[in-house]
Design a protein around this ligand. Structure first.
Ligand code: ARG
Length: 500
């Protein structure tokens, strides 16, 4: 999330301000109580401020403040008339922001102060009543949760689009074969759809995790005030309900100092990125001349500034590279909270850039990968079939052939191992061996061995549940088609689908 550019007002040149011995607050005591006599050192003012990035929370801050003002009126703390004025003032700030006129500078410190200051400018004394029974500590926690809740829903939608792009490719390639690997060595042939559906399974778990995290994001800390609650007769459930929270924090100290939800979110986002990165690695390999399994379309590939023949898979490379940012934010958040005594500590201000960047990175990568699979690459079935036919990935099926005819598996395994060795020495494939050679190896071999080791048959034979056999994969396709149905809502409306 790109923070809106800062437009410091007044003494924009910090050095000039420093020369005068004051920050952009101009030597006044900023918004602090009368305890303060001097303004901040300009470098400290810049260091301390979060307005450069937390302006991204403006909408949530306004929503939270409106809910708070209404609650204060409902509880008789302020009059209905005052609440209406506050709401009107807050909506004016929203309009000013939409029109590009609300551009708080460093002197505001953060979005919460910026809004309150503007409100007081607009409304006069009534504006000063908004912060009754509230602290920035519960306020910022509320804003961040409201923001993240909405972004989780956006991520769910982005995951769904990406999954549908994979599904469409899988539908088209149920009967396309692709070599399956273990240790990146040819293992057994697969239905290409089966391979792609594995990534949808990962993404479905990602969605379930986000739904689960969302439940713990969606708890209101508002009304915990600074740390201990407030003597003001507020109603926490009133604000919680009007902001769409599913509950309130039971303990005010926990409410203002819990960032577990941010860590949990980043862990879930990290897994999304890990999955995207694994798929990216495969796409990069597939696009190489060595594999040649796909061609990249011009819309999703780049050239080289020097080598005219090059077409580079920049999209998956960037996705793979960006995964490190999100993993880094996870460690950053854990490290940020691990030594903090109760309750609020300014360290928490560091949660925002991590969350903003983590969410933006994840959303961008999901979108790019969705586009890549929608229109950025094409599988090359002929080339894939060629690859599958020209190897020993049907060797297990020869052993299984003997097993079906009563030979103990380990014995069959040894026999076939020896056969593969001879073939490699002679430079031939299993299918090239004449029947006498098979029968010399074991009398159970008959002419149907050739059909058995044909790659399409090798795939079709894997009928065990969850296997790559075409019927099994068709079954998985049907289930996922239903699961990814556009009619099914995203997380938060309780729609994560549990894989049977
Ligand atoms: N900008 C602060 C943050 O992001 C807001 C809360 C400040 N509270 C305080 N007591 N200084 O965490």
């Amino acid at each position: 999330m790109a923070a809106e550019p800062l437009a410091p007002r007044g003494a924009a040149d910090p050095d000039a301000a420093a020369a005068r011995g004051a920050g952009v607050t101009g030597g006044s005591a900023a918004g602090w109580s009368d305890r303060f006599e001097q303004g901040l050192h300009p470098a400290i003012e810049r260091f301390n401020a979060s307005i450069g990035f937390d302006i991204a929370l403006l909408q949530q801050d306004l929503d939270g403040s409106i809910a708070h003002a209404r609650m204060l009126a409902a509880c008789g703390v302020i009059s209905a008339e005052e609440a209406a004025q506050l709401e009107q003032g807050l909506e004016s700030v929203r309009t000013e922001a939409a029109e590009g006129h609300f551009r708080p500078g460093l002197e505001a410190e953060d979005v919460h102060f910026a809004v309150e200051r503007r409100l007081i400018e607009l409304l006069g004394p009534v504006g000063k009543k908004l912060h009754t029974g509230r602290s920035r500590n519960d306020q910022v926690g509320t804003d961040v949760r409201l923001w993240l809740r909405q972004r989780i829903d956006a991520l769910d939608a982005a995951l769904l689009r990406y999954e549908r792009a994979l599904l469409a490719q899988a539908e088209a390639h149920l009967h396309t074969l692709i070599p399956g690997y273990t240790h990146l060595q040819r293992a057994q042939p697969l239905s290409l759809a089966h391979h792609l559906l594995a990534y949808i399974e990962m993404a479905e778990r990602d969605r379930q995790r986000l739904v689960d995290v969302r439940r713990r994001v969606n708890i209101s800390p508002l009304g915990a005030a600074a740390l201990a609650g407030t003597p003001v007769p507020i109603d926490r459930r009133h604000t919680a309900a009007s902001l769409g929270f599913e509950g309130v924090y039971a303990n005010s100290l926990d409410a203002v100092s819990d960032r577990d939800f941010a860590v949990e979110f980043m862990a879930a986002a990290s897994l999304v990125m890990a999955h995207l990165s694994r798929l990216s690695e495969e796409v990069i390999l597939w696009a190489s001349q060595e594999f040649g399994f796909i061609t990249l379309s011009d819309r999703c590939a780049t050239g080289s500034s020097l080598m005219p023949q090059k077409k580079n898979p920049d999209v998956p490379e960037l996705v793979r590279g960006k995964s490190g940012r999100v993993f880094g934010h996870l460690i950053g958040l854990l490290t940020m909270i691990k030594g903090l005594p109760l309750a609020y500590n300014k360290d928490f201000q560091e949660d925002k850039e991590a969350l903003f960047d983590g969410v933006a990175t994840c959303l961008d990568c999901l979108e790019a990968m969705a586009i890549l699979f929608e229109e950025g690459l094409e599988f090359r079935p002929a080339r894939l079939e060629e690859a599958v036919a020209a190897d020993f990935s049907n060797a297990t099926d020869v052993a299984d052939y003997l097993v079906a005819r009563g030979v103990p598996f380990r014995e069959a395994y040894q026999l076939v191992g020896g056969l593969v060795k001879t073939c490699l020495q002679e430079g031939v494939l299993l299918r090239d061996l004449p029947l006498q050679r098979w029968q010399a190896l074991h009398p159970a071999f008959e002419a149907d061995i050739y059909a058995t080791i044909e790659p399409r048959q090798v795939v079709a034979a894997r009928r065990s549940e969850g296997g790559t056999g075409f019927e099994q994969v068709e079954h998985q396709l049907q289930r996922l088609r239903r699961q990814l149905d556009p009619g099914r809502g995203p997380g938060g409306r309780g729609a994560a689908v549990i894989t049977p």
